[in-house]
Design a protein around this ligand. Structure first.
Ligand code: IPE
Ligand code: MG
Length: 241
């Protein structure tokens, strides 16, 4: 079966899971799994872009991942800084618009500076919008949105009747993103883990046992084929059936 080019999902999100198990299977330290996983982000972004996906949103580090051992957190926070120094020209010259979503008050200053620089250097790029979710959690995102809306109401800048679905969406990190079409989670876990809870409202879900470092173009095509086999009715009826 071949992918139908007319029905490519516009916006795919992925929960990147299984780096640790990939390393363990090879008797390697977990950090090498993360390293391989990081390089796979580059591969899969390239494949998505070639296939014609417009938005790729990746769960890289959650608000709960701070609970991991100190050394692992340190590796996850500081390794991107090293890679950035090596690859920054490639990033700046790519076609991708790279964005980061998540809390901004706990990540190391050096990483924050890089995040701002990448966003700034790629903001006018017209290729794939690649969003990396770092210190992201949907409970945090929704709590922040509620607080913002509540303060607008208390300042009388917004009435209760103006709190609509669209209004709430304007207070999410993804306010200028198209609807999420497909969520992929690797490594066999079948849960959402506090990722994009609102945005997942009508997304198609795809779970695979493949570990993130092993997830490749073939696996991506399988996920898209599965997506294309679904009958998306959004609660209505499909009149063509
Ligand atoms: C995903 O891989 C990477 C991050 C969450 C940073 P894991 O580190 O969760 O891998 P497993 O679940 O231990 O295999
Ligand atoms: Mg995991």
């Amino acid at each position: 079966m071949k992918i139908d080019q007319k029905r490519i999902p516009t916006h795919i999100a992925m929960i990147l899971d299984g780096n640790g198990r990939w390393a363990k299977k090879r008797l390697l330290p977990r950090t090498l799994g993360h390293r391989k996983g990081a390089f796979n982000i580059v591969e899969i972004a390239k494949e998505c872009s070639l296939i014609g996906v417009k938005y790729l949103t990746l769960f890289c580090f959650s608000t709960e991942n701070w609970n991991r051992p100190k050394d692992e957190v340190k590796y996850l926070m500081y390794t991107p800084i090293r890679y950035y120094k090596k690859y920054k020209n490639k990033i700046w010259n790519s076609s991708y618009k790279i964005r980061f979503i998540g809390k901004r008050d706990r990540i190391p200053a050096e990483l924050l500076q890089i995040i701002q620089e990448i966003e700034d250097k790629t903001k006018d790029h017209t290729g794939l919008t690649l969003t990396l979710c770092v210190d992201y959690g949907a409970y945090d995102e929704l709590t922040t949105a509620v607080k913002e809306i509540a303060s607008l109401v208390s300042e009388k800048k917004l009435s209760i009747d103006q709190i609509t679905k669209e209004c709430i969406e304007q207070h999410l990190f993804t306010k200028d993103y198209p609807n999420l079409d497909l969520l992929i989670r690797t490594s066999g876990e079948v849960r959402i883990s506090n990722f994009l809870l609102w945005q997942l409202g009508y997304a198609e879900l795809y779970f695979t046992d493949v570990l993130w470092p092993d997830f490749n173009r073939k696996e991506l095509e399988k996920a898209i084929l599965s997506y294309q086999s679904r009958d998306r009715r959004f609660g209505g009826l499909n009149e063509n059936k």
